[in-house]
Structures are given as structure tokens and as C-alpha cells.
Ligand binder design. Structure first.
Ligand code: NG6
Ligand code: CA
Length: 508
């Protein structure tokens, strides 16, 4: 009897071992070689912790994101490195904290490429392991060398830092150039109507949001009063390129079509797709079929639109028979903002919806809602559905995915947490430096420490508390997730511990 039991035990161990080896190295192909899983990042722009129904939203329903959340690991303490876009995207792709690069700030459309051509990136690491790599959507990591001629091939860009295929917008939907760029070439450009871009001066005779309110269909609130494209005043000046200009209301469908096509074209090989969606960043321009769908105004409607796109995208993976062999990460580059520069009813029609899910702050903030974002990993049949309270950060994906595909590459600040991302354990990172418009704070265990900062407590334009205070701030996030009780005075010992830990990593 004992021997039988022992044999059974042994068999179980062998079976488990085989199973996890398969999991680590993807599926066995018929010819015996192993195929690593496809990897997809679905990356939202300014989606808040409370903007997803699986994260508690009631007045806004996101059934397709919920399917990922309820069928995978739903992280409740998952972070972007930063409370704005460019730095978060830098960390996501390089595995390096953005504050190590002094230029990792919100970039204008004319900024040079922020990632060094010799730097390790997620797509480069995956390429070495036989992946085809693609990006569709928002880039916002700079392009060219600083004197970009948009009428020639724009380089270096995504293709020079690891992407075999790129179909992008250069910066943001509210910044010029308002054109798509495919593998460095502006799409549909007429060489007789060259594009000129300037972030300082307008081109003679060109209308602007500031001077030509009669041409505007979306009113600007702060900033956003330079060149007008499709009735929407933007940041920066643009001349020419008429045939190349994108249609804002079709952008979601356009990127979705490109993402689907990429999947279909590359379904036979392991591929990595970075699907960087533009919603719900401003200007919010839902396709007419989504207008009014949520009752929350354009912000709610573009989230519903994005959710639909995600459903369509997942259906494509399923239809092509590759959903079971695709590891999906869903997350957002920073927390939510309502009025980010246009009058679009986001504030007026908010009702009871809470984009920050009860966390303090939002986009631009060192408070929790700046970087704590929806964060989901999904791998059908491989990841057991669960909620994880592990502290994880997007900067960790590089090293973690390296272990998934059998690469020994590591990102400088990227912790290898594959078991956490696949739901096998809940021991996330111990420490994390978060960043918001070049200010930093330390998270360690349940504690968050924000050093003294002189700036204003609130950005009145966007109506968000930034986390600045002349006093040190110390919060116990287990007891006080809403960050209402500053314990810095009550617990000087913990404060000092946090300050030393901060110095050890940050150097200041
Ligand atoms: C800010 C813009 C804001 C948004 C942000 C970048 C103004 C006044 N505000 O400077 O509208 O574009 O930059 O957002 O211009 S992010 O998500 O790409 O970081
Ligand atoms: Ca953003």
C-alpha cells in the first residue's frame, strides 16, 4: 500500500514537472520543437483603477476587459512606474526606471527617440528568441534625432529598438503630427503637400484654436489651442500633409484593424504585439456608434469603445485558434483624469462613477491613483483565475517575460516575477519607486513615503491633487488605502527607515 502511494506520489511529481516545463516553454509542436507563446500587451492611455467593472465600476460596464480579469490574474496592487505616459512606456519597454533618464518626461511630437538604439527592450529580447514583434497604436517615446523630416523615412523609431513592424501615432491624439506612421513612413502622404511641424511657432496664415474659434468643433479648456485638425485644436503647429491626416472618430477601428491583421499575418510564428490603444486620453472622439452609449459623456463612451475593440481583438485570437497559446497583459500607462484640456462633458456627466476607484489623486499625482492601475494577466487554460494582491509593476515585465521564453536577459530595474504574473505565487516586489512629473516616492511593503515637495498641492486645471506637501508624508496602505492619515509624525522610526531605503535606491 505504502509503495503504491509512493508511486502515485512520484507520478504526480513527474506530471507536475512536465506540465510546468510545458508552461515555461510554451506548447510542444508536432515536430517536437517547443513554441513559445505569443505575447500581447494591451496598453490603455489614462484608464483609471476604477474605470473597469471588474475593478468595481458600476455605472460603466467593460464586459470584455472583465472577461480577461475574471479569467486571469486580476492584480489589485499593480502599477505603472509613472503617473504620465512617456515615462511609463519607457519603463514598460526597457525594464529601466524612467527617472534614470532625465529626458523621460511627457514628450512633444518633435522629440528625438528616448530609447537608446543599444538599449535592451522587450521586443529585442523576444526577437532573439525567435519572435516576430509588432506595435500598433500610440508610441510617444520620441522619433528621429530631433530634426525630423516627416516627408522622408522617420528614423530611428520603433523599428530601430526592436519592432519588426510598427504602425503608430507619433505622440498623443492631442499632439501634431496627426498622421499614422508605418515602419517610419507617414501613411497616405502626398509628396506635393509636405508636412511641416513646429512646437514653438505657427506657420504663416495657418488657423489656430486660439485665433479661429469659428473653426472649432471641440472647445479647448487649457492648452490645446494651436493647429486645428478635424475641428479639434491640438498641441503644436502643423502645415501640409492634408491627405495623411487621420480621422479621429475612426482611430479605434483603424488601430483594431491593424492589430487584427498583424495577428492573422503572424499566427504561425510566435509573435509579440504591443497594442497601445489611445483611449480614454483626450481628445475623446468615440465613433458615432458609441456616442451616448454610457451616459457618462465622451470619456465613458470611448472606454466602452475600447472595451468593444478588446472583445473583437480577443475574438480574432480565438477564431485563429491561438488564444490558448497567447499570454496577454492588460494595463494602463497612468491613472485617470477628467478634464485634461478640452470641454467634453467628462466632469459634467460623471454622475456616481469614480475613475480612480476611491484612490487619492489621479494622472500626474504621486498619490495612489497616479500609478495604481488596472493590471491583468491572462493565458487561457494556463493561468488559474484569481485576484492577486502582490505588488507588481510594468517595469517587471521585461525580466519576467524573459524567464517565460527562456532568455537570460534582465532589465536593470525589472524583477523576474513570472510566477506572480502567472498566478503561482503572490510574493511580488518588496519596494517600488513611483514617479509623477519627475517627482518620486517610495513604496515598501504596505508603506508609501512621499518626500517633501514644494509644488502646489493641486493642479487646478485638471483638478487633481498632486501629492506635493512641505511635510513628509507616510501612509499605511493596508489600513488607509485612501491616504487620509499622514503618519510621518506619529511614526518617525518608519519614516527614517523609508528615507534610508529611498536613498539607497534613488541616491538622493
Ligand atoms: C499635457 C497635456 C495633456 C496631455 C498630457 C500628456 C496640456 C495643457 N496638457 O501637457 O492634455 O496631453 O500632456 O498625457 O497641454 S500623457 O498621457 O500622454 O502623458
Ligand atoms: Ca497616458
Amino acid at each position: 500500500m505504502k509503495k503504491k502511494l509512493f508511486n502515485y506520489f512520484l507520478l504526480t511529481i513527474i506530471a507536475c514537472g512536465l506540465f510546468s516545463a510545458c508552461q515555461r516553454n510554451g506548447e510542444k509542436e508536432e515536430n517536437g520543437s517547443t513554441k513559445n507563446p505569443n505575447i500581447v500587451f494591451i496598453y490603455m492611455d489614462d484608464l483609471g483603477y476604477g474605470d473597469v467593472s471588474a475593478y468595481g465600476a458600476i455605472d460603466l460596464q467593460t464586459p470584455n476587459i472583465d472577461k480577461l480579469a475574471n479569467g486571469g490574474v486580476r492584480f489589485i496592487d499593480g502599477h505603472s512606474t509613472s503617473a504620465t505616459c512617456t515615462p511609463s512606456r519607457y519603463a514598460l519597454l526597457t525594464g529601466v526606471y524612467p527617472w534614470r533618464n532625465k529626458d523621460a518626461k511627457i514628450l512633444p511630437g518633435t522629440a528625438p527617440l528616448l530609447i537608446g538604439s543599444d538599449q535592451l527592450t522587450v521586443p529585442k529580447m523576444l526577437k532573439e528568441k525567435g519572435y516576430h514583434t509588432g506595435i500598433v497604436g500610440k508610441w510617444h517615446l520620441g522619433l528621429g534625432t530631433g530634426h525630423t523630416n516627416w516627408n522622408k523615412r522617420v528614423s530611428p523609431g520603433p523599428n530601430e529598438v526592436g519592432f519588426d513592424f510598427s504602425y503608430i501615432m507619433a505622440a498623443t491624439q492631442d499632439r501634431v503630427p496627426t498622421v499614422y506612421i508605418e515602419d517610419g513612413h507617414v501613411v497616405n502622404l502626398d509628396s506635393n503637400d509636405p508636412i511641416e511641424i513646429d512646437y514653438k511657432n505657427n506657420f504663416k496664415g495657418e488657423p489656430t484654436g486660439k485665433n479661429n474659434p469659428e473653426l472649432i468643433t471641440m472647445k479647448w479648456h487649457h492648452g490645446h489651442n494651436n493647429s486645428i485638425v478635424n475641428g479639434i485644436p491640438r498641441i503644436g503647429f502643423m502645415k501640409g500633409g492634408e491627405t495623411a491626416k487621420w480621422s479621429d472618430i475612426d482611430m479605434a477601428d483603424h488601430f483594431l484593424a491593424k492589430a487584427k491583421k498583424y495577428v492573422i499575418n503572424h499566427k504561425e510564428e510566435p509573435f509579440f504585439l504591443y497594442y497601445a490603444m489611445q483611449q480614454p486620453h483626450v481628445p475623446r472622439t468615440p465613433h458615432p456608434r458609441f456616442v451616448g452609449k454610457t451616459g457618462l459623456g465622451a470619456r465613458g463612451d470611448v472606454i466602452a469603445e475600447a472595451d468593444w475593440c478588446i472583445g473583437e481583438f480577443i475574438n480574432t485570437l480565438e477564431k485563429e485558434g491561438i488564444l490558448e497559446n497567447t499570454f496577454i497583459v492588460f494595463t494602463s500607462d497612468n491613472g485617470p483624469v477628467l478634464n485634461d484640456g478640452y470641454y467634453d462633458d467628462a466632469v459634467e456627466k460623471l454622475g456616481n462613477h469614480t475613475p480612480n476607484g476611491g484612490l487619492r489623486g489621479g494622472k500626474y499625482s504621486l498619490f495612489e491613483a497616479g500609478t495604481r492601475v488596472p493590471f491583468i494577466t491572462y493565458w487561457k487554460g494556463k493561468i488559474e483565475p484569481q485576484v492577486s494582491d502582490a505588488l507588481v509593476c510594468q517595469v517587471d515585465l521585461l525580466s519576467s517575460l524573459a524567464s517565460l521564453v527562456g532568455s537570460d536577459k534582465k532589465g536593470q530595474d525589472s524583477e523576474a516575477l513570472l510566477d506572480v504574473f502567472t498566478g503561482k505565487n503572490k510574493q511580488g516586489r518588496d519596494e517600488l519607486i513611483i514617479e509623477a512629473t519627475t517627482r518620486t516616492a517610495l513604496r515598501k511593503g504596505k508603506w508609501l513615503m512621499i518626500p517633501q515637495y514644494n509644488g502646489s498641492a493641486k493642479n487646478k486645471w485638471v483638478d487633481i491633487e498632486l501629492g506635493n506637501s512641505k511635510k513628509y508624508q507616510l501612509y499605511d496602505l493596508n489600513e488607509d488605502i485612501a491616504q487620509q492619515n499622514n503618519l510621518a509624525n506619529k511614526n518617525p522610526k518608519k519614516l527614517n527607515e523609508m528615507l534610508s531605503a529611498f536613498k539607497a535606491i534613488y541616491g538622493k
